[in-house]
Design a protein around this ligand. Structure first.
Ligand code: B4P
Length: 193
């Protein structure tokens, strides 16, 4: 089983690339952002609570996310592997994920960070905001706040996996297809090792 974390700031291409990789490697794609947006759209109690945080560009509390991901992993017993997209976003989430995988006698193989400049992130998210209908893509202040939250609360996750010698950085700028090729190479290297 291949367990990969696709990591990077908001707008770095995690969702875009996870979709392409999942087809190529026959993996399951778990996006906490997509799961939360589904809960929001269905107006479930979880979705109603999450909305308060998401629309302001804040992280949803760890206990909500960890409960949600645990159910998802349980439902994917037969998977070839899982790409985690947008999760973990805090070290508490990373520790919880390691514990959940440990119970299943597996572990994270690699965290791959998509590196993109702040100017490019802002441009992509403002562009997406024109059509996505997402409240968190609508204004510059919220986008900048999300990037700041990423720097403060999420970058320690990369250090956490760096300490386990499981970190790799990929250039996330340029053609979508070129970035996919870089990622495919990284995943093939993991499979061959
Ligand atoms: P996410 O859904 O994870 O939102 P994101 O970071 O904006 O997504 P992503 O980075 O995947 O966007 P993509 O590159 O695909 O989270 C949203 C919110 O949910 C968070 O702010 C938080 O409130 C909450 N949340 C989610 N997970 C959580 C967790 N674990 N803990 C707590 N809270 C959590 O797309 C960006 C745009 O760029 C697209 O329009 C795309 O078309 C474009 N693009 C992609 N690659 C490109 C390229 N190479 N060149 C040009 N454009 C490109």
């Amino acid at each position: 089983m291949l367990n990969i974390i696709l990591f990077g700031p908001p707008g770095s291409g995690k969702g875009t690339q996870a979709q392409l990789l999942k087809e190529h490697f026959n993996l399951i794609h778990i996006s906490t952002g997509d799961l939360l947006r589904q809960e929001k759209a269905n107006e479930t109690p979880l979705g109603v609570e999450a909305k308060n945080f998401m629309d302001k560009g804040l992280l949803v509390p760890d206990e909500i996310i960890i409960g949600m991901i645990s159910t998802q992993i349980d439902e994917q017993q037969e998977a070839n592997g899982i790409i985690y997209d947008g999760f973990p976003r805090t070290t508490a989430q990373a520790e919880a994920l390691d514990n959940l995988l440990d119970l299943k006698n597996t572990s994270i193989h690699k965290l791959i960070e998509l590196q993109v400049s702040e100017e490019e992130l802002i441009q992509r998210l403002m562009e997406r905001g024109k059509t996505s209908g997402r409240a968190d893509d609508q204004d510059l202040a919220t986008i900048k706040h999300r990037i700041q939250v990423y720097k403060n609360e999420t970058t320690p996750v990369a250090e956490y996996y760096q300490q386990q010698d499981k970190y790799e950085a990929i250039n996330g700028e340029g053609d979508i297809d070129d970035i996919t090729s870089r990622l495919k190479q990284a995943l093939e290297n993991i499979q061959d090792s």
